[in-house]
Design a protein around this ligand. Structure first.
Ligand SMILES: NC(=O)c1ccc[n+]([C@@H]2O[C@H](COP(=O)([O-])OP(=O)(O)OC[C@H]3O[C@@H](n4cnc5c(N)ncnc54)[C@H](OP(=O)(O)O)[C@@H]3O)[C@@H](O)[C@H]2O)c1
Length: 310
């Protein structure tokens, strides 16, 4: 069974296809043929040795990245009654999604509804849960409020735009001009080129900033938040500095780490099935070209999601 692994932290060339043994199946597990795995910035940051992800696996190399998967059940353990052979399943894993086959607890993956494509299901879990939890659990977004979403055209951002609209908020989205039509199509109310100081200066203040850039960009956006407004800064590596700057301005600020919640994920995939939420997949790479996919995600200018095909 082939999987993409890193043997040491480093650049994208560290990702190599390796032969791995296929583990035996426990009674509560399923064996899944991976069709698609989502590629996320955390995959590349961890591969490079950065952040909490690298800290967690540094003593367990070689490591196979990949937290978001979609595939078909090949085999089910004797106690599994929620999935059958042939079911299309998807969800958020703790790693190793970049593998032709996976063995996981049956209850870690959900059934893909018939009206949802393999690709949309594959790109939903990590980015969708982050967007939802950022807006609701941490951002406490209410209908009628204004929310500013940076990196609005990216994996998390393009889902956050749609979810915030669905919650009844007015959505202000930041993106380069090439993504403005895309964001109009997703329902953003105001779309601003983040490199255009005049457009930025004309922005009316917002109740909530969903900061998907972090660092200096996140700090600069604090001036568009209303007094007593709220800030959720999503990139973990720079969270402390953005929170400190926000608190110095009297804003309520928090970082976040998305968590697995399969009830929330079921709601998100229902929204996709009902065409209230769309996962934009801008490119699919063969598994063997995982290094190219990592180079793309590291540009910081990916539209929507990119996937690996198993
Ligand atoms: N804490 C957590 O649990 C958690 C979970 C998920 C993600 N994250 C983090 O959240 C961040 C966003 O993730 P993602 O998957 O959405 O990333 P992504 O898909 O790589 O984001 C790409 C987008 O960023 C936009 N962008 C680049 N520079 C920008 C700028 N200066 N201002 C505004 N937009 C800019 C690009 O738009 P243009 O091409 O138009 O410039 C592009 O569409 C990453 O740092 C990721 O690691 C954290």
């Amino acid at each position: 069974m082939k999987q993409l692994v890193i043997k040491a932290f480093g650049d994208a060339n560290q990702l190599v296809l390796a032969e791995a043994s296929s583990p035996a199946l426990a009674t509560n597990e399923i064996r899944v043929k991976m069709h698609y795995a989502g590629v996320n910035p955390v995959d590349a940051k961890t591969r490079a040795g950065l952040g909490w992800g690298a800290e967690a696996i540094k003593d367990r190399l070689p490591w196979s990245p990949g937290f978001e998967v979609m595939g078909t059940v090949l085999e089910a353990g004797s106690e599994v009654n929620i999935h059958q052979v042939g079911d299309r399943v998807f969800g958020l894993l703790s790693g190793a999604g970049y593998s032709k086959q996976l063995v996981v607890p049956a209850n870690s993956l959900l059934r893909v509804p018939k009206d949802v494509s393999d690709e949309m299901a594959a790109g939903l879990s990590l980015a969708g849960l982050t967007a939802w939890q950022g807006l609701t659990e941490h951002g406490l977004l209410n209908a009628g409020e204004r929310v500013l979403i940076s990196a609005a055209a990216g994996g998390v951002g393009h889902l956050a735009v749609q979810l915030a609209k669905d919650l009844g908020a007015t959505v202000v989205a930041l993106a380069s001009p090439g993504n403005h039509d895309f964001l109009h199509g997703l329902g953003a109310d105001e779309i601003v080129d983040y490199r255009d100081d005049q457009q930025l200066a004309a922005l009316a203040p917002v109740d909530l900033l969903l900061d998907l850039m972090g660092g200096a960009s996140g700090r600069a956006l604090l001036s568009y938040v209303k007094p007593n407004g709220r800030v959720v800064t999503v990139p973990t590596i720079t969270a402390e500095e953005v929170i400190a700057a926000a608190e110095a301005k009297g804003l309520k600020a928090t970082g976040m780490l998305k968590h697995i919640d399969n009830q929330q994920l079921a709601s998100l995939v229902r929204a996709v099935a009902e065409q209230r939420l769309r996962v934009e997949v801008s490119r699919v790479y063969p598994l063997a070209e995982g290094a190219d996919a990592h180079r793309q995600i590291e540009t910081g200018h990916t539209r929507g999601k990119i996937l690996l095909q198993g």
